[in-house]
Design a protein around this ligand. Structure first.
Ligand code: URA
Length: 231
């Protein structure tokens, strides 16, 4: 699948591609730019790999960890945004592949949504030491990458997992006045304006809560039902 690089290159061009998708580009003077979503996401990955001035990126290089960019469908209707990679994730370079990931898989199965049809990422792309909460300056340092990922995928629904991503996403989409504690607004849909149209933000508890509290798991299972209509 291909998508636009940025909106300011000029008039949009669209052509059918051989894989049944669509090539999109822009006429820039006499130059046509066709950049696939995969290539755009690869550029973001390369930028994170080479990120300078971030203590988490330095720790990743020293510790032999991997950055965790995200995985799933580049045309996903639903994009999940967790907090930051844990140890398993930083070893494998994949989001939600440890205990919390197993909960996420179960939640998706409960609504019959295959994981490969959604996109899963985090606000922070490198592992905070000892799995501590991400710091505001770390969230700010990785936010430009997340913003670009969202703009490339253009999901119908953004589903923040946990309070850190809930706050970031709601602020990013002008929903700051609606922010309350996650225990008040989990599972509620907030419609916001994105560059590509309407986006619905639905915050959920972080799947890790289900590892410790059975009632929270029941809440997550109930909340996830709302996603069926979008996925
Ligand atoms: N917790 C997160 O927030 N993200 C992951 O990728 C794994 C655990």
């Amino acid at each position: 699948m291909y998508s636009t690089l940025t909106a300011w290159y000029g008039p949009a061009l669209r052509h059918p591609s051989t894989d049944g998708g669509e090539l999109r580009g822009f006429l820039f003077g006499r130059m046509i730019l066709m950049v696939s979503k995969t290539d755009q996401l690869r550029r973001i990955r390369d930028a994170v790999i080479n990120l300078q001035g971030s203590a988490l990126a330095d720790a990743r290089r020293q510790g032999g960890w991997l950055p965790v960019l995200g995985e799933g469908s580049h045309d996903a209707a639903v994009m999940f945004i967790g907090e930051a990679p844990g140890e398993n994730e930083a070893k494998q370079g994949r989001p939600f592949c440890g205990a919390s990931g197993r909960v996420l898989d179960e939640l998706l199965s409960s609504i019959a949504v295959p994981r490969e049809t959604v996109y899963v990422t985090n606000i922070v792309k490198d592992r905070p030491p000892k799995n501590r909460d991400p710091l505001p300056e770390e969230i700010a340092a990785y936010a430009p990458f997340l913003r670009k990922q969202i703009a490339i995928i253009q999901p119908k629904v953004i589903a923040p997992l946990g309070r850190f991503s809930m706050e970031w996403v709601m602020r990013n989409y002008g929903l700051e006045e609606k922010i309350q504690g996650i225990s008040k607004i989990h599972g509620q849909a907030f419609v916001a304006k994105a560059d590509w149209g309407e986006v619905t933000v639905i915050p959920f508890f972080h799947p890790a809560v289900a590892l410790y509290t059975a009632s929270q798991k029941a809440t997550l299972l109930e909340d996830f039902k709302i996603l069926k209509q979008y996925a």
